[in-house]
Design a protein around this ligand. Structure first.
Ligand code: IMP
Ligand code: MG
Length: 179
């Protein structure tokens, strides 16, 4: 598959296939199930739009009572992080005094997660943990340590399984890197 970015045709390569992703999602869910008390409500806070596919697969393996909430933030235009994080929807009131698990598609510079963690901690949650499908450790500008990480990847821009390029390609069942 070739992709046009700023008028230039770029090659792509499959980085993570469907079965590798599904296997890892199950493993992460097991770790989450082991950490939280089995009868206490967990609020899964899905960072839209990118994490919707990952979260949909992940929550189906969780065993405690869960509530699903979502939040919209934006930091990217095309393949560039703008450095300016916007909260596009208010934090849900139902997270107050609850165990909250943030589900994110990718941690790149770490700015979005840093912003979100600060907002949540100021909102009076009982606990907060971070679950990210992908992590780009070499791109961090702010040190963020997720509690659950699907895969550590390199610096190339990736799309598919919820991740987009200007709103497109989220529907791919696998993850593709742009080379
Ligand atoms: P950060 O604030 O730089 O950590 O960026 C996090 C957000 O940028 C993620 O939630 C994604 O929406 C987006 N992002 C970062 N890297 C990629 C990528 O390689 N592909 C698609 N989206 C990305
Ligand atoms: Mg995102």
């Amino acid at each position: 598959m070739q992709i046009e970015i700023n008028g230039e045709l770029r090659k792509t390569k499959i980085l993570l296939n469907e079965s590798a992703i599904q296997e890892r999602v199950q493993k992460i869910a097991q770790e989450i199930n082991q950490h939280y008390p089995p009868h206490e409500t967990l609020v899964v806070l899905v960072v839209l739009n990118g994490a919707f596919v990952f979260a949909a697969d992940l929550v189906r393996h969780l065993q405690m009572p869960t509530e699903i909430e979502s939040i919209r933030i934006r930091s990217y235009v095309g393949v560039q992080s703008t450095g300016c994080i916007e909260l596009l929807s208010p934090l849900p009131h139902s997270i107050v005094n609850k165990n909250v698990l943030i589900v994110e598609d990718i941690i790149d510079t770490g700015r979005s997660m840093d912003f979100l963690l600060k907002a949540l901690n100021a909102h009076g949650v009982k606990s907060v943990r971070v679950c990210t499908l992908l992590n780009k450790p070499h791109e961090h500008l702010i040190p963020i340590q997720a509690h659950y990480t699907g895969f550590e990847i390199g610096k190339n821009f990736v799309i598919g399984y919820g991740l987009d390029l200007d709103g497109k390609y989220r529907n791919l069942p696998h993850i593709v890197e742009i080379i």
